[in-house]
Every structure is written in structure tokens, then in C-alpha cells.
Design a protein around this ligand. Structure first.
Ligand SMILES: NC(=O)c1ccc[n+]([C@@H]2O[C@H](COP(=O)([O-])OP(=O)(O)OC[C@H]3O[C@@H](n4cnc5c(N)ncnc54)[C@H](O)[C@@H]3O)[C@@H](O)[C@H]2O)c1
Length: 331
């Protein structure tokens, strides 16, 4: 069978992670790469045995599928060009950095026969996949506290520049908005308070969320905290049970009134598997080769953008916001 020719636009950190994993998939040939920084593209092409293209159009022409791994505000134009050419897209998160662009990409992706997958990798991380299974099978969740802190916005250099990220929440915290939908279902309303400290944008948020199911949660996220482990944590409260994740490292379940707990450790897994990158790349190629549905769709990407946008709107207007439901946005 002919190999799936894959291209990569944006040969930085996460492009390298995907290239390394795709090289292990015998169904794939890394055919072309492009970066605005020629030196970066050359180094990458040497490391991953790929050919450099002169621009995104050449990558698209040479490939069946394209990974878009540029900074956030550069995702939309590239996604639309790949869809337009009838090729498959793997777009890193976020899908877009505003509602109108996210809707445009979703509309085009949903009309296309090609696969479109968004890089919300945490869904595949064993801690979160196992937590989801436990919540479906055994522990009906009542409420939760979710947090994701960063120590700074310095690396990569553009992460502190809202004109490139779209705003702090569109960078790493958007993962937790997708995660809350994945674990707890659709959000009915939310109210957020934000404040500004280190950066020239709102960099600390407290959010109260009510879900369609009646479930409720709090989310805390700060860009200027510290790198105290775990930077990311989900605490779920159920009937005399507490389930806690620590980064993508451990899942703790305390299901008694003695305070005893069982800890499942994922620490020994290779990092790319622990973080779900191996599984998401495999699922993307499976969708292309076998016609299986991509597990994180453009609609999921749009819903994350809708939630992040609702938080910014709530902070701006100091009011409770009702994000549009998935039933209204789905075509
Ligand atoms: N899913 C995850 O866990 C995860 C992890 C890291 C990054 N990301 C996302 O991936 C994207 C890239 O992040 P990164 O950490 O790899 O950044 P990076 O800065 O390391 O790499 C981005 C690369 O894109 C290049 N670039 C910029 N504009 C371009 C354009 N218009 N065309 C082609 N190349 C261009 C830059 O020169 C750079 O080499 C971001 O959207 C980020 O949010 C996701």
C-alpha cells in the first residue's frame, strides 16, 4: 500500500515531536517541511530526513496530509489552504483564536471529505483516558476543581505576545476547556473574574462553570504563578470519592472515608505516550488509512474556542455568559 505522504508547516518544538513519532509509523512518509525560518527548516529536514519546500503551497502539493504546527494565529490560513486542496489536516491547538475564524474553519472542514483533527492531545493521555473511564463506569461526578498554572510566558518567545497567541487562554489553558468537555460534558453557563499582573493582558483567571448535566466546576489558571508541580491538576468529587490527576503522571483515587487511596502511576511511560501524542498521531493516520472517525474534530476545536471566548467576554462584561451549545454550532 502507498504510504501517506505527510508534510509539516512550522518546524519548531511540537513539529519535531510529531515528526519523530510519524517516523515510527511505517504507513507514513515525511515528504515535505516548511518554516518561515529557513535555518530552522534546514536543521529539521536534516534531523528527520525530509525535503524542504519553498512555501506552504508546495508542502500541500507534495503531500496527502499536513500538520500545522505554527504559532496560534498562523493556524487558520494554513488550515483553509489545506482543506481547499482536498488534503487531510492535523491542526495543533487552538483551532483558531477567534470565533469567526473557528466557525469558518469548521464550516469548510465539515464540508470536506478529508480528515480534520485538532491537537487536543490530553484526551489520549492515559491519566485522563483512565479518569474518563472511571467516571463513566463507576463514579458519577458531582463537582470538580481544575487548575493549570504556568510559571511564566517566556518559552517559546511568542507565548507572552497576545497578538501571536490570541491571548493567554488560547495557549495552554485551552487544553483544560477541551478536557472539561471531554470529562464532564457540555457547559451551560460560566462566570469568570480575571486580573492583570506580569503581562500586558489578563493573566490570572477564576472561572465558575455550570454544565448541562447539573454538574459544576471551578477552574483556576494563572500565567505568572510558578513551576510548582503539578502545574496541571483535576480534582473530581463523587459520592465519598475523590479522584485526582497530577499532570500526566499520576491518577489518585480515594474511595473510602479512611483517607486511604490508590495511586496509578504513568511515570514510567515514554513522555510522548504519557502526553497522548503517540495515540493522537496514530488515530490521525488510522482515520486517513482506515476511514475511522478522527477522535478530536474541528467541532471540538470550535467548542474550545467558544468556551475560551466566553471566559474573556465574562471578564470583560462582569456577567454570566451562556456559550452557544454544540447542537447550535454543529452542521
Ligand atoms: N498539543 C500540545 O501539547 C502542544 C505543545 C506545544 C505546542 N503546541 C502548539 O503548537 C504550535 C507551535 O508551538 P511550538 O511550541 O512548536 O512553537 P515553536 O515556536 O517551537 O515552533 C513554531 C515554528 O513555526 C514557525 N512559523 C511561524 N510562523 C510560520 C508560518 N506562517 N509558516 C511557517 N512556519 C512558521 C516558527 O519559525 C517556528 O519554527 C502552537 O500553536 C502551540 O500552541 C501544542
Amino acid at each position: 500500500m502507498a504510504k501517506v505522504k505527510v508534510g509539516i508547516i512550522g518546524t519548531g518544538y511540537i513539529g519535531g515531536v510529531h515528526a519523530g513519532l510519524l517516523a515510527r509509523d511505517e504507513r507514513v512518509q515525511l515528504a515535505a517541511v516548511y518554516d518561515v525560518n529557513r535555518e530552522c527548516a534546514e536543521k529539521f529536514a536534516r534531523a528527520h530526513d525530509a525535503q524542504i519546500s519553498d512555501g506552504p503551497a508546495e508542502v500541500i502539493e507534495r503531500c496527502d496530509a499536513v500538520y500545522i504546527t505554527t504559532p496560534n494565529t498562523q493556524h487558520v490560513a494554513a488550515s483553509l489552504a489545506v482543506i481547499e486542496a482536498g488534503k487531510h489536516v492535523f491542526c495543533e491547538k487552538p483551532l483558531a483564536t477567534n470565533i469567526s475564524d473557528a466557525e469558518t474553519v469548521y464550516a469548510k472542514a465539515s464540508k470536506s471529505k478529508s480528515v480534520f483533527q485538532v491537537g487536543h492531545n490530553r484526551r489520549f493521555a492515559p491519566v485522563y483516558a483512565t479518569l474518563k473511564q472511571l467516571l463513566s463506569d463507576k463514579y458519577t461526578p458531582h463537582s470538580a476543581h481544575v487548575k493549570m498554572n504556568r510559571g511564566e510566558l517566556l518559552n517559546p518567545v511568542w507565548t507572552g505576545d497576545a497578538s501571536v497567541t490570541g491571548g493567554f487562554l488560547f495557549e495552554t489553558p485551552i487544553h483544560m476547556f477541551d478536557m472539561m468537555r471531554f470529562l464532564f460534558g457540555e457547559v451551560e453557563s460560566l462566570h469568570a473574574i480575571g486580573s492583570t499582573h506580569e503581562y500586558s493582558e489578563t493573566d490570572d483567571f477564576s472561572v465558575l462553570l455550570k454544565f448541562k448535566s447539573g454538574f459544576h466546576a471551578t477552574l483556576a489558571t494563572a500565567a505568572d504563578a510558578s513551576w510548582l508541580f503539578p502545574f496541571e491538576r483535576v480534582e473530581v468529587f463523587s459520592h465519598h470519592a475523590t479522584l485526582v490527576t497530577r499532570e500526566m503522571e499520576t491518577l489518585v483515587c480515594s474511595t473510602n472515608l479512611q483517607g486511604h487511596f490508590a495511586e496509578q502511576s504513568m511515570q514510567q511511560l515514554p513522555r510522548e505516550e504519557k502526553w497522548g501524542y503517540v495515540q493522537e498521531d496514530r488515530a490521525f493516520i488510522d482515520a486517513i488509512v482506515n476511514g475511522t472517525p478522527p477522535p478530536v474534530t474541528a467541532l471540538d476545536g470550535l467548542m474550545s474556542v467558544e468556551l475560551v471566548n466566553a471566559v474573556y467576554e465574562s471578564v470583560r462584561t462582569n456577567s454570566t455568559i451562556t456559550p452557544r451549545p454544540v447542537s447550535l454550532l454543529a452542521r
